[in-house]
Design a protein around this ligand. Sequence first.
Ligand SMILES: CC(=O)SCCNC(=O)CCNC(=O)[C@H](O)C(C)(C)COP(=O)(O)OP(=O)(O)OC[C@H]1O[C@@H](n2cnc3c(N)ncnc32)[C@H](O)[C@@H]1OP(=O)(O)O
Ligand SMILES: CC(C)C(=O)C(=O)O
Length: 601
Amino acid sequence: MSVPDKSAFPTLNTPAGEIPADSPAWNPQRPSSMPHHRYQPAHDRVDVPLADAEREWPSRRIETAPLWVPVDLRDGNQALPEPMDTARKRRMFDLLCAMGFKEIEVAYPSASQTDFDFVRHLATSGAVAQDVTVSVFTPARPELIDRTIDSVAGLPRVLVHMYTPSAPTWRNVVLGRDRADLKKMILDAAGHLMHRAEQKLAGADVRFEFSPEVFNLTEPDFALDVCNSVTSLWDASPDRPVVINLPATVEISTPNVYADQIEYMHKHLDRRDAVILSVHPHNDRGTGVACAELAVLAGAQRVEGCLFGNGERTGNVDLVTLVLNLYTQGVNPMIDLSDIDAVRQVVEECIRIPVHVRHPYAGDLVHTAFSGTHQDAISKGLVRHAQEAEDLDVPASEAPWKVPYLPIDPADIGRTYEEVIRVNSQSGKGGIAHLLHAGQGLDLPQAMRPDFYRTVQQVTDDTGQELSGEELWKLFHAAYLAPVHDGPYVLDGWTTRQDGVEHEFTATVVSPDARTPVRGIGNGPLAALTNALVQAGVTVDILTYSEHATATGPDAPAAAYAYCRTAGQDVWGAGWDTSILTASVQAVMAAVNRAHGAARD
Ligand SMILES: CC(=O)SCCNC(=O)CCNC(=O)[C@H](O)C(C)(C)COP(=O)(O)OP(=O)(O)OC[C@H]1O[C@@H](n2cnc3c(N)ncnc32)[C@H](O)[C@@H]1OP(=O)(O)O
Ligand SMILES: CC(C)C(=O)C(=O)O
């Protein structure tokens, strides 16, 4: 094994002896030499005016779904190396509709001809159902507002979403405007938008949305002032509400700070019953989902995000995770994710970015346990689940879900149980038994499981590879079933006969040295078999024995397991046949051959 050259990491590990004086003895961490002093904490960058006594979100619960608004076709699209063309956009739009979204941001029509054309396509193709509102996005620039309005002509229900940056750095650096100047620019543009819509979209149901971009770094009094001025200008009313969308354009703080900011706005906005309070978290700190959830607790009624968290930089908040988080709290999420892989496939094909294997709910590996104790718990949990469903007299798909380590029933989102347990060197006997049960209907006796586990471990340790269910079955077959035909003692043409309580077993025992006709009597066929084997020089005690059908129906094979003491060893053998008697004889003979074969080797 090669050891890394430490000089390749010159900044790692500051010199010994620099443990901060206030560090407890149990914590030997040393200061990193990274320049953390360059960054300011959120509380030095923006005021959060919510008084402690005002704060209610920590004790609230989410009991209904907010209005989910996918922005995949705008915010998600503008972050793609290859933005979607009309065909891909249409595919995504149809998917979003099929999932149940009713308000969908479809484009930044003034950004490109492609975006403009897509909105025209929606307006002219009949793709938009009666109950779906199309949203389009525009900056506060008159000529771009005009282009945006032109794009939606003919659509019956439209939300026009206007944004301007409002945080100090953006005001100063990007726009070169002070607060008063920016407010004027916003109100001028909002007025222009309203009048243009009145002129050009007469007869359509047109509503407006305003976003103070980078709301989370904007002084709360300024954000409130601008939002209230806009809702007043647009004359927001309960029957024609305005959407006020408060984006965490770039995440800057722990989610509780965003929640405080949202609760402050929720409690202080004018015309509250005429405002739909919306949030639009990004995921720069990896806490977009937490921000959205706490924001809903804090009063948000609407959440903008993208499927699987596509979007600028680290992405928009992931709507799939949010929806299923709600679902797993027992709340109807109002969105259909019952075939998550189909959704994932369309999204991956449209945006050309794969979903990570560990992505919540949707990743290839998220319902899979490789580790032994998890597998054991899941396997027991699934058995208990089936039992509870039977006790409650409901289908398993309706019974309350309490399986350890699985926050959601994979079947609810179209996944199968096959992927739940996979076997490698980290796995244990429970998981191995589970796979054999799932694949072949085998119900391995508890006492046999450690025996097979050792065989499997040897293979997985040697190869470092995963074993599929089929490979496990082959291994089981080779270890316990095949020896019936492949060992020092093979039965040729055996028969049994029963006379009252007495059973007779006759056969010819073929060994490398001889063919020995044998006959034994016993109180059962296996007792008769072991008595017969004595005549061929084989002494065998059956220590435990069990059998079961592997499926329902007359043609289903039976499995039999025999633990036998013979040739000075205690060994397991198994049998597999449509006749239980044949399977049981095979199990004993397999054990005999495993022991005597090993004794000869
Ligand atoms: C957080 C977000 O997601 S916001 C949305 C971001 N999305 C996009 O930018 C994708 C689409 N954008 C584009 O196609 C282009 O940027 C366009 C068509 C909108 C504008 O293009 P251009 O006119 O070439 O301007 P450019 O992009 O270089 O610069 C932006 C200009 O708009 C100004 N601006 C930026 N945002 C806004 C806004 N919301 N309202 C008004 N003006 C704005 C900037 O100050 C800058 O003005 P300046 O030229 O006077 O310095
Ligand atoms: C809603 C808008 C302005 C946005 O995309 C953002 O702030 O991230």
